[in-house]
Ligand binder design. Sequence first.
Ligand SMILES: NC(=O)c1ccc[n+]([C@@H]2O[C@H](COP(=O)([O-])OP(=O)(O)OC[C@H]3O[C@@H](n4cnc5c(N)ncnc54)[C@H](O)[C@@H]3O)[C@@H](O)[C@H]2O)c1
Length: 264
Amino acid sequence: MTTSLKLEDHVSLITGAGSGIGREIACAMAREGAKIAVCDIDMDGANETVATIQSGGPGDAKAFRMDVTSEDEVNSATDAAVEHFGRLDSLVSNAGVQIVHAIENFPVEQFRKVVDIHLTGAFLTTKAAVKHMYPAGSGSLIYMGSVHSHEASPLKSAYVSAKHGILGLARVIAKEGAKHGVRSNVICPGFVKTPLVEKQIPEQARDLGISEEEVVNKVMLGNTVDQEFTTVQDVADVAVFLAGFDSNALTGQSMLISHGWVMK
Ligand SMILES: NC(=O)c1ccc[n+]([C@@H]2O[C@H](COP(=O)([O-])OP(=O)(O)OC[C@H]3O[C@@H](n4cnc5c(N)ncnc54)[C@H](O)[C@@H]3O)[C@@H](O)[C@H]2O)c1
């Protein structure tokens, strides 16, 4: 019996694919047959993702060093990925960091760093990707937003600003890209246990003056319908769906994957 793969002949470039959510999206797409440009500043992490994909198949992968805040690195890695795999069908703009402080203690260079990686990174990778997608007349742009694209939390002025900004960027590109067959959507996960979140638990406990258990049960999961973390697999399933959905019927949207934390 032959089973058809959802992303056969599909090429995806994924930023921040050396860890957490980006890695799982890369692996999930490759399990559906896609070829993945695994982009990260952490080449050890990127190479580990590539090794996992190559040992499991049926897709393929190659690691590319890319700092998403550097226009030169974004352009050269994107062009090299297209040269290597021959096409580009989707971009997953996922690289991110989290820095939390109350506004009165937030160093401006740390605010700029968060906005630069999430928002300028999404802008630069989009600009580099559409150069290949527009002439091909097709493409799927997938942005990693967050529940914090719709909600606010204390201590997260930089992250919430950047994640709200990603919604605006994605909606503009949905309008600009439509005539080129390019879709643009945002995935908005709730809390997912990755290194980015593990790091925040003690930091938030310290800054909010509560226990780590309270950070998890009240701050992170308090508004979900079932007090459960979203998983990397949940997010990856949605990314596979968006990568394979090939009409403008689904564009300019944000999809909340958050155990009902936010309903829109
Ligand atoms: N974990 C969560 O709860 C959660 C929830 C909602 C949204 N998100 C978003 O998901 C995305 C991935 O987060 P994660 O939880 O997997 O974190 P992670 O820390 O596990 O992975 C982030 C990856 O981004 C890479 N990266 C950081 N700066 C970079 C740069 N300048 N250029 C290229 N790569 C860079 C890191 O090296 C790392 O491999 C982020 O955009 C994050 O905001 C995460």
